[in-house]
Design a protein around this ligand. Sequence first.
Ligand SMILES: [Zn+2]
Length: 330
Amino acid sequence: MKTWLLALQQQLSRQIRDNKLPHALLFSGVDGAGQEAIAHWLINVLLCQDLTQNRQQETEENLSQVSEETTSVPPFIFQPCGYCKTCKLFANDSYPDHLTIVNEKNTIGVDAIRKLSQFFEKTAHIGIAKTALVNHADTMTVSAANALLKTLEEPTSQSFIMLTTHSSDVLLPTIISRCQKFEIRPPVGKKLLAEYKKQGNDAFVNLSHLSELTDEATAVAFTAFRDKVKDYLSAHQYRTEILTLLVERHDGFRWLEKVLVNLMRNQWGWPTAGYENQQKSVINKQQLWQVYNLVQAANIKLKTLVQVNRQFLSEKLLADISVVVEQKNQ
Ligand SMILES: [Zn+2]
């Protein structure tokens, strides 16, 4: 396990021990941050029939780097035994009380989420707990996300849903608000390189995935884009610049979604990571919601259609947004 995940493992272990683990958990972080690894470990811990507490020397050494306070106390981290019936079945992807949802064709559709709901309605075959994992939760379609909301709202007992994502900003705020959210922040810069050397053949090698965290130019470009989108929504300015970015940047549509989600959070009085707070709303809630749905629909088209004319899609999207925005003057 990556060293920066140990503190989180310890926190989750305590929550399990104290019976305070929530029904839905969301792990987010850049690609390779370890959100899938944490979710996998946690599910295995919940299912294992012979749970042990890890007191390995190596772990203690690693953990002492995470927090000074823990040097004298052995870290409290649950570990699945690895040899009980459920551990073996889980390792073979054949444990009947666990379900993993994968994104086929780059999206998670409503059928997959319905399968998940039905899975939780049945009683457990072997153990007591039932678990489900939704990787890349940000790729859920709107109807899939709405279906998942129902399951999140009406949990069956001893059921646990883990969501992982590399961009929680494009998840519906209503989904996020029903989960305990864990943002995994791997070390950056020199610390990360040191980590990389230490771990050798680790999957976390592609530093370009970290561009939005580490690359100043990307951060500046995003901020400028965000400000232009606000001006577009409030005063119909910067259409050309926004269009160019949507057409030319591969993640342009994702950026637009991110901006809108942050605007919605702001309107609903939720804290956001950046400086979106304390700004006046550009358009009203209902309009923002309509615009967001337009952007999401366009984003889904972009992801799912093989032959899509990006220029046309971008122009149509901006035209549709204008129609919504101009309603306020009537
Ligand atoms: Zn076990």
